[in-house]
Design a protein around this ligand. Structure first.
Ligand code: HEC
Ligand code: HEC
Ligand code: HEC
Ligand code: HEC
Ligand code: HEC
Ligand code: HEC
Ligand code: HEC
Ligand code: HEC
Length: 410
C-alpha cells in the first residue's frame, strides 16, 4: 500500500465524517437526540413535513417532556380504543386526540380526573345527560352518585344554542363526553403539544375558566397575599420541577394548583381537586361534603407546609363564619321567593321575571363570591363584591316582592 492511497483514503474518510456531521446538525434537534429508530421514523417524518406549515406545533412538541422522553407524534396520534383511523401520508393516524390516547400511558391521572367534578359533572351542569350513551350514564353515576340525572340548564334554552356553544360549553367541555367513550379534555391545563406541568401550575391557566362574577377565583387569588407574592417572586421559583419531587423550595408561594392538585413535599398529586374540599361553596345553600373532615385535613396539610396551625385554623374559622352568615342571608331571601311562589306570583319559566334575576344574582354571584373569597384571602370580594351587593339585592328583592303583591292585589 503506497502513501498516496493512504492519503486519499484519509481525505475521503474525513470528508464523509464532516459531511455526516453537517447533515446531522441540519436535522431537527429532537431527531439527533433520539437514537431510537421508530422514533426517528415516526416523529422525524411528521415533524419534517409539519415544521414548514405549522412550525408552532412542532416547536411546542420539541419543548415538551414527551419529546425528551421519546414519546412520538404517532404515540399520541395513534388510533386508540373506540377511535377510527385516517390514512395520512403513509401513516394511519387519529386526528381527534382525546384522553383515551393519554390514558394509554397515564391511566392513574385519567382515573383520578374521571372521578373529579372536572369530568362528567362539569358537562351535565350545562347540557344535561343527553349526549351520554345510556351505558355511560350508569358508569358515570357510579363515580358521581346523584350528579348525572340532570337536564340542560334553563339558561341554555333562554340564551340559545349559539351563546351556549361559544360560551357555557367552551369552559364546561373540560368534562365533555367523547365519541370514543372517554371523558373530558386534558389539554385545557396541559395544552396539546407542550403538555407541561409548568403551564398547569400557573394561576392564569385555571383562571381561563375560574373567573368572573359567579366564580371569581382568579380575581380573588390575584388580590390575595399569595397572588401578590407569586407575581413578585415567580421568576425565583422552579415551576418546572418534576411533580413527584416538588418541594416548597421549588414553589415557596402557592398557586391554584399547589393548594388543589399538586403533591408538594410528598403530599401526592391529585387530578381530583374535590379531594381537598370540605364545603359545597358553589351551592345556593352551602353544606359540608360527605368526606368533609378528611378533605379539610388534606388541605390543611398543604397549608402547613408553609404556615403554622394557628394561622390556618383562623382562616378556616373565619371561612366557616362567612359560610354560616351567607347561608342565613340566602335562606332569608329564599323564604321570600318560596312564599311568592306559593302565592303563584313566580313564573315557572325560569329567568323571565326581574325578581328571579335579583335572587339568582344574590346567591349565584354575591353569595358564592363572598364564600370563595373568605377561604382564599380576597377581602375585597368578601366585602364589595360579596356582602355589599347581597345587602343591596336583599333590599331590592323585598321591594320587588311588595310590588308583585300589590300588582296582583295580594
Ligand atoms: C408529507 C407531509 C406530511 C406528513 C409526513 C405528515 N403530515 Fe400531517 N398533515 C400534512 C398536511 C399538509 C396537513 C393539512 C391538512 C390536509 O391537507 O390534510 C396535515 C394535517 C394533519 C393533522 C390535522 C388533520 C385534521 O383533519 O384535523 C394532523 C393531526 C396531522 N397532520 C398529524 C400528523 C402526524 C401525527 C404525522 C406523522 C405520523 C403526520 N401528520 C405526517 C402533512 C403531513
Ligand atoms: C401529547 C400528545 C400529542 C403529541 C405527542 C402530539 N400531538 Fe398533535 N395533537 C394532540 C392533541 C390533543 C391535539 C388536538 C386534537 C383535537 O382537538 O381534536 C393535536 C392536534 C394536532 C394537529 C391539528 C392541530 C391544529 O391546530 O390544526 C396537528 C397538525 C398535530 N397535532 C400534529 C402533531 C405533530 C406533527 C406532532 C409531533 C411533532 C404531534 N402532533 C404530537 C396531541 C399530541
Ligand atoms: C406513549 C405514552 C404516552 C402518551 C400517549 C402520553 N404520554 Fe404524557 N408522558 C409520557 C411519558 C413517558 C412522560 C414522562 C414521564 C417522566 O417524567 O418520566 C410523560 C409526561 C407527561 C406529563 C408531565 C410533563 C412534565 O413536564 O413533567 C404530562 C402533563 C403529560 N405527560 C400529559 C399527557 C397528556 C395530556 C397526554 C394525552 C394528550 C399524554 N401525556 C400522552 C408518556 C405518554
Ligand atoms: C368562563 C368559563 C365558564 C362559562 C362561560 C360558564 N361556566 Fe359554569 N362554571 C365554570 C366554573 C369554573 C365553575 C365552577 C365554580 C365553582 O366550583 O366555584 C362553574 C360552575 C357551574 C355550575 C355549578 C356546578 C354544578 O355542577 O352545579 C353550573 C350549574 C354552571 N356552571 C352552569 C353554567 C351555564 C348554564 C353556563 C352558560 C349559561 C356556564 N356555566 C358558563 C365555568 C364557566
Ligand atoms: C376549561 C375550564 C376549566 C379549567 C381550565 C379549570 N377548571 Fe376547575 N372547574 C371547571 C368547571 C366547569 C368546574 C365545575 C364542575 C362542576 O361542579 O360541575 C370546575 C370545578 C373546580 C373545582 C371545584 C370542584 C368541586 O368538587 O366542587 C376546583 C377546586 C377547581 N375546579 C380547581 C381548578 C384548578 C386548580 C384548575 C387549574 C389547575 C382548574 N380548576 C382549571 C372548569 C375549569
Ligand atoms: C384542571 C387542570 C388539569 C387537567 C384538566 C389535567 N391535569 Fe394533569 N396536571 C395538572 C397539574 C396542576 C399537574 C401538576 C401537579 C404538580 O404541581 O406537581 C398535573 C400533572 C400531570 C402529570 C404528571 C403527574 C406526575 O405525578 O408526574 C400527568 C402525567 C398529567 N398531569 C396527565 C394528565 C392527563 C392524562 C389528563 C387528562 C385525563 C390531565 N392531566 C388533566 C392539572 C391538570
Ligand atoms: C392557599 C391555598 C389556595 C389557593 C392558592 C387557591 N385556593 Fe381555591 N380554595 C382553597 C380553600 C381552602 C378552599 C375552600 C376549601 C373547603 O371547601 O374546605 C378553596 C375553594 C375553591 C373552590 C370552591 C369549590 C366549591 O366548593 O365551590 C374553587 C373552585 C377553587 N378554590 C379554585 C381555585 C382557583 C382557580 C385558584 C387560583 C386562581 C385557587 N382556588 C387558589 C385554597 C386555595
Ligand atoms: C407554598 C407555601 C404556601 C402555602 C401552601 C400556603 N401559603 Fe399562605 N402564604 C404563603 C406566603 C409566602 C405568604 C406571604 C407571607 C408574608 O407576608 O410574608 C402567605 C400568606 C398567607 C396569609 C396572610 C398572612 C398575613 O396575615 O399576612 C394567610 C391568611 C395565608 N397565607 C393562609 C393560607 C392558607 C389557609 C393556606 C392553605 C389553604 C395557605 N396559606 C397555603 C405561603 C403559602
Amino acid at each position: 500500500m503506497n502513501f498516496r492511497a493512504v492519503f486519499i483514503a484519509l481525505v475521503i474518510g474525513t470528508a464523509l465524517i464532516v459531511s455526516a456531521y453537517v447533515i446531522n446538525s441540519k436535522r431537527p434537534a429532537i431527531e439527533v437526540r433520539q437514537p431510537n429508530a421508530d422514533f426517528v421514523k415516526a416523529s422525524g417524518k411528521c415533524a419534517e413535513c409539519h415544521r414548514n406549515n405549522q412550525y408552532s406545533i412542532v416547536h411546542e412538541y420539541e419543548m415538551s417532556k414527551h419529546a425528551a422522553k421519546g414519546v412520538t407524534c404517532l404515540d399520541c396520534h395513534q388510533v386508540a380504543q373506540g377511535q377510527t383511523g385516517t390514512n395520512h401520508n403513509g401513516f394511519v393516524i387519529n386526528t381527534d386526540v382525546t384522553p383515551a390516547n393519554c390514558k394509554i400511558c397515564h391511566e392513574r391521572e385519567y382515573d383520578q380526573f374521571a372521578r373529579s367534578r372536572h369530568a362528567a359533572p362539569a358537562w351535565v351542569a350545562v347540557a344535561g345527560n343527553q349526549a351520554f350513551a345510556p351505558g355511560m350514564i350508569e358508569e358515570m353515576e357510579k363515580l358521581h352518585p346523584g350528579s348525572m340525572k340532570r337536564t340542560a340548564h334553563p339558561l341554555t334554552k333562554r340564551e340559545g344554542a349559539a351563546a351556549t356553544t361559544s360560551g357555557c360549553t367552551t369552559c364546561h367541555a373540560i368534562g365533555r363526553p367523547n365519541a370514543d367513550g372517554s371523558i373530558g379534555n386534558c389539554t385545557y391545563c396541559h395544552a396539546r403539544h407542550t403538555t407541561s406541568v409548568e403551564l398547569a401550575r400557573l394561576p392564569s391557566t385555571c383562571g381561563q375558566c375560574h373567573l368572573g362574577p359567579d366564580h371569581s377565583q382568579m380575581e380573588i387569588y390575584t388580590e390575595s397575599r399569595h397572588g401578590i407574592m407569586f407575581a413578585a417572586q415567580k421568576d425565583q421559583m422552579n415551576l418546572k420541577a418534576p411533580p413527584n419531587s416538588l418541594t416548597t423550595q421549588d414553589m415557596f408561594v402557592p398557586t391554584c394548583a399547589t393548594c388543589h392538585m399538586s403533591g408538594i413535599n410528598g403530599a401526592g398529586v391529585t387530578h381530583d381537586p374535590s379531594e381537598r374540599l370540605s364545603y359545597n361553596l358553589f351551592a345556593e345553600v352551602t353544606t359540608r361534603r360527605p368526606n368533609a373532615e378528611r378533605a379539610e385535613a388534606k388541605m390543611k396539610t398543604i397549608c402547613l407546609q408553609c404556615h403554622t396551625p394557628p394561622l390556618v385554623d383562623r382562616v378556616y374559622q373565619e371561612g366557616a363564619a362567612v359560610v354560616d352568615a351567607t347561608n342565613r342571608k340566602v335562606l332569608a331571601a329564599k323564604a321570600i321567593m318560596d312564599s311568592l311562589a306559593a302565592e303563584g306570583l313566580i313564573s315557572t319559566n325560569a329567568f323571565s321575571q326581574k325578581i328571579q334575576f335579583t335572587y339568582f344574582d344574590l346567591w349565584h354571584y354575591y353569595g358564592r363570591t363572598a364564600k370563595h373569597a373568605a377561604f382564599m384571602g380576597g377581602a375585597d370580594y368578601v366585602q364589595w363584591h360579596g356582602n355589599y351587593p347581597i345587602l343591596k339585592n336583599t333590599v331590592e328583592l323585598k321591594e320587588e316582592a311588595a310590588q308583585l303583591q300589590k300588582e296582583n292585589g295580594k
